[in-house]
Ligand binder design. Structure first.
Ligand SMILES: Cc1cc2nc3c(=O)[nH]c(=O)nc-3n(C[C@H](O)[C@H](O)[C@H](O)COP(=O)(O)OP(=O)(O)OC[C@H]3O[C@@H](n4cnc5c(N)ncnc54)[C@H](O)[C@@H]3O)c2cc1C
Length: 474
């Protein structure tokens, strides 16, 4: 067989692909990257860049005691042990060193406590046993720029506007790719094409729960998230894992943008189920809130509602696409939000028992505005977000309600099953020679529950780096 043109071909220039390209080049491999879009970065570039990792220098500088074992236990428990422990342990071992690698390449994560995903430092998403969410300066964009600088310093070429069509396979071994009808041979190929969120048919097949949102469903993943990894996998009878899993964020029915653009609902609000009862900490982590809402919808066969008052509406800041004082009134006019002169009347309009909703709002008014949420401990969540003032009671008419739906599709977890070297496995569970996968395209790390904050970026960069090292074969 003649020498391949490149040691490694990487498909996709998002977080996983760039990490793979840089790490393969660091090991002396000749590497080329194909990117279907006109710019690099994919969903990674759109993200907050939050990166979950254990036992890092940032944690140590803040005096946070963490370990791989602790991270592993938390990760497996949150995912109800539905993932392969060997792969998850490898991820937990490598995420810390990968974060240090990114810092050495130039990423900046100051050793300071951050109260949200937009403030560089160490933060939490709300379900961790210890704080592990590392927020880099300039967020996902910053991470992509750091990796791209390293990529350039190694002389790795990126070909933009070039969607890889298929793999070259010879005698069961992946030996290159076909792009724009041209064959290019390689010693190994890394599939880092992201998820499938932008392909409605694939979403229907692999993450049908997302379709429960109906017309309210909106996708914030990058345009290149078309599920091309599944086609590559088909060519080599790859095993597909993560069926039915992904991340859907709950939003008000009328929202169509990520919160950076849409804005934020008022702090003074309650979420109630079809029985008119409160059932969750309204600021619960996105790791679990979507599931909580979905469960209540199923239990009661009725929507979940967010309820707030006139004072909360008026206090909304300006400058956002959906959550501003004027926009809420527009949503009422369009029928996407409901208004009433009293809580009891609001209950009638949204179809929940009026006496129960009145009691629910009254109980909330007696608790959180007075400083403590005995039922759901929301005061603790708010404090971790840096909100120290107690919210105002929900008491000033008119009162508003809007349906709350897990409708913002962020990422999907259905990918090509990988082993502890990021090698793609076939239907027998054997590595496919010459084929590696990482990020959303590679399955096994992202599970039924999002391990926040920063599960998917950590997966992309950690397994991407591992895939590059394995593909370089050194
Ligand atoms: C708005 C938003 C915020 C988020 N915030 C966070 C966060 O803070 N922390 C976190 O952990 N996760 C977050 N996520 C999720 C996380 O960003 C992604 O899961 C992760 O970055 C995916 O990385 P990836 O490399 O697998 O895919 P991507 O970064 O999407 O890269 C895949 C690349 O492959 C390209 N491509 C696709 N098909 C082909 C083909 N056939 N040929 C060539 N190129 C192809 C795509 O165009 C894309 O550039 C967020 C996601 C979004 C959308």
């Amino acid at each position: 067989m003649s020498e391949p043109e490149y040691d490694v071909v990487v498909i996709g220039a998002g977080g996983a692909g760039l990490a793979a390209a840089v790490s393969a080049a660091e090991r002396g491999a000749s590497v080329i990257v194909f990117e279907s879009e006109g710019e690099i970065g994919g969903s990674t570039q759109l993200s907050a860049g939050m990166f979950t990792a254990a036992a890092t220098s940032v944690q140590k500088a803040l005096g946070i005691d963490d370990s791989v074992d602790r991270f592993f236990q938390h990760y497996m428990d949150l995912n109800q042990w539905q993932l392969k422990p060997g792969l998850v342990r490898r991820f937990c071992e490598l995420s810390g060193p990968t974060l240090e690698w990114i810092l050495e390449l130039g990423a900046e994560i100051p050793a300071q406590i951050s109260t949200n995903a937009h403030m560089p430092g160490l933060t939490r998403a709300g379900v961790e046993d210890v704080w592990r969410a590392h927020v880099p300066k300039d967020q996902g964009y910053g991470l992509v720029q750091v990796l791209d600088r390293a990529r350039r310093s190694h002389g790795v070429e990126i070909v933009l506007h070039t969607r890889v069509e298929r793999l070259l396979v010879e005698d069961g071994r992946v030996s290159g790719v076909v792009a724009d009808g041209v064959e290019l041979t390689a010693g190994a190929v890394v599939v880092a094409t992201g998820g499938l969120a932008q392909d409605p048919d694939l979403v229907g097949r692999w993450f049908p729960r997302a379709l429960d949102a109906g017309d309210s469903l909106f996708v914030v993943a990058a345009p290149g998230s078309r599920g091309d990894h599944l086609g590559f996998g088909d060519q080599v009878d790859a095993s597909v894992a993560g069926d039915g899993w992904g991340l859907l964020l709950p939003t008000a029915e009328f929202v169509r943008y990520h919160h950076w653009q849409a804005g934020f609902p008022p702090v003074s609000r309650v979420h109630v189920n079809g029985a008119g009862r409160r059932f969750m900490d309204e600021d619960a982590s996105y790791a679990v809130s979507g599931g909580e809402i979905q469960l209540q919808q199923e239990l009661h066969g009725k929507p979940v509602w967010m309820v707030f008052d006139e004072r909360a509406r008026r206090a909304l800041p300006e400058g956002y696409a959906d959550w501003t004082p004027a926009r809420v009134l527009e949503h009422v006019a369009s029928g996407a939000a409901v208004v009433a002169d009293s809580v009891a009347q609001l209950a009638d309009r949204i179809g929940v028992p009026a006496d129960v909703l009145v009691t629910t709002v009254g109980r909330w008014n007696d608790q959180l505005p007075a400083g403590s949420d005995v039922d759901f401990e929301r005061d603790r969540t708010l404090a971790a977000k840096g909100v120290t003032d107690s919210p105002a009671p929900i008491a000033e008419p008119p009162f508003y309600a809007t349906r709350l739906i897990p409708a913002e599709l962020v990422c999907t977890h259905t990918g090509l099953e990988v082993d502890t070297n990021a090698a793609v496995l076939d239907l027998h569970g054997r590595p496919v020679p010459g084929l590696f996968a990482a990020g959303e395209a590679g399955a096994g790390i992202l599970g039924t529950r999002y391990v926040g904050g920063g599960n998917a970026v950590a997966n992309a960069l950690t397994i991407g780096r591992l895939a590059g090292q394995s593909a370089a074969g050194r």
